[in-house]
Design a protein around this ligand. Structure first.
Ligand code: PSV
Ligand code: MN
Ligand code: MN
Length: 413
């Protein structure tokens, strides 16, 4: 798009919004300030249990993962942090990694522990980790999480994200209450080792890899466990961790009402934990989630700054960097649209029982084309006007393949 055409689009939108009493400058600064962390494991090709197709030029180590995120940061100005997964991303020299990240303008978001795979540790997690009926296995899983905290401390991270694959495949395999009790005790041991300025983000997921029962299947169980730990433990909402048709925006509102929302793992899905690009399947749902977030923060349910933002995606078919550019753009668009909602009028419609009016207000915001706004915010922050076009024009993937090889494989899923 030409610069001239872009400027005309911004002026037109600015005029339209001014008529509604919305100041475009304030919108631009909010959009620019909003940053979303990228997970280290999204930079390589993911896979399914049937196969994995290499994209070529995948980062071969943590340094190269940082390079890719640095590139994303430079092009999009929508991310300034990476979320690491241990043991996939154990730094050989934490000081040097911290230094490199700082040079790229990247900080370390929440650290992720991994007790859902065996990677050479002495006891197997096949039958679970923090909830395992065997105390020695629980202890090993606790120690792993403490090790992750230590690594995070050395990098300047301020959070630990825990996702448990624990559960059972068949009735009778596990004792529901004991498994929950053991999980609570294990989490308490981990929480007690967390620095005072850290937060613990506890994920939930209804099924997979276990298909009969999962120890932390829903937000209620996660919230219950967090409450047993203390004020710095909160619930992490991964958009893919819900049964089809779940009203996720209501869950967000309920958690904010309790001050229990830790943050997000953004992705999208058609069926389950599909980890598809955010906004590619259900953009209206993403917008409604942001409406709750913006409304909840404005009405002081929970401060905007207390919420962590992260992508959690996996790519079997797309170039991961292109996918992340698209995801960051979709998230920014959903946020921008939610900022356009006339909340005072909406509240009025709710009082008057004006269902049609309420729907019109939401759809008016959702159907506003905010692409010029998001682009303008990015350009003003020093990013590329069209990051995807730039990435393709500069043949960045080809250059990465030339440097890292056709069959390089990033550690991760
Ligand atoms: C599990 O499905 C999950 O969403 C958790 O966040 C993990 O840490 C992540 O995927 C990567 O395996
Ligand atoms: Mn997740
Ligand atoms: Mn997931």
């Amino acid at each position: 798009m030409s610069t001239d055409f872009h400027q005309k689009s911004v002026s037109l939108l600015s005029e339209q919004l001014a008529e509604k009493g919305i100041d475009i400058q304030e919108l631009l600064s909010k959009i620019s300030a909003f940053q979303i962390a990228v997970p280290s494991w999204a930079l390589g090709a993911g896979g399914t249990r049937f196969g994995r197709f290499s994209i070529g030029g995948e980062p071969r180590n943590l340094e190269e993962k940082l390079d890719d995120i640095g590139l994303l940061a430079r092009l999009t100005k929508k991310t300034d942090a990476v979320s690491l997964h241990i043991p996939w991303d154990i730094p050989q020299d934490a000081q040097a990694i911290r230094q490199k990240a700082a040079e790229l303008g990247i900080s370390f978001d929440a650290m992720n522990s991994n007790t859902f795979q065996d990677y050479g540790q002495s006891l197997s997690y096949k039958m679970g980790s923090l909830s395992n009926a065997n105390a020695a296995i629980r202890q090993q899983a606790v120690e792993h999480n403490i090790q992750v905290i230590e690594i995070g401390k050395s990098l300047g991270s301020k959070g630990l994200t825990v996702w448990l694959a624990d559960g059972s495949n068949f009735p009778g395999q596990a004792h529901f209450r004991k498994a929950l009790q053991w999980t609570e005790e294990s989490l308490k041991s981990i929480y007690s080792k967390m620095p005072d300025d850290w937060k613990l983000l506890l994920e939930y997921k209804p099924y997979e890899p276990n298909f009969y029962h999962t120890v932390i299947p829903d937000w209620g169980t996660s919230s219950f466990l967090c409450r047993q730990l203390g004020g710095r433990a909160k619930v992490l909402v991964d958009l893919g961790h819900h049964l089809p048709n779940t009203n996720i925006e209501q869950i967000v509102a309920t958690l904010m009402h309790q001050g229990m929302l830790a943050g997000f793992h953004f992705n999208d899905s058609k069926f389950g934990d599909d980890d598809l690009s955010t906004g590619s399947i259900k953009p209206y749902q993403l917008f409604l989630i942001f409406c709750e977030l913006v409304g909840g923060a404005e009405e002081n349910a929970q401060a905007w700054e207390s919420i962590s933002w992260m992508i959690d995606a996996s790519h079997n078919t797309k170039d991961p960097i292109e996918d992340l550019i698209q995801a960051l753009e979709s998230i920014a668009q959903a946020y921008a649209k939610a900022l356009l909602v006339d909340r005072a009028k909406l509240a009025q419609c709710q009082v008057e029982g004006d269902v049609v009016g309420a729907q019109e207000i939401l759809q008016d915001a959702f159907l506003t084309d905010v692409r010029a706004l998001v682009r303008e915010a990015r350009v003003r922050s020093g990013g590329e006007d069209d990051p995807l076009a730039f990435y393709r024009k500069e043949k960045i993937r080809e250059k990465l393949i030339a440097k890292r090889g056709k069959n390089s494989q990033a550690s991760g899923l």
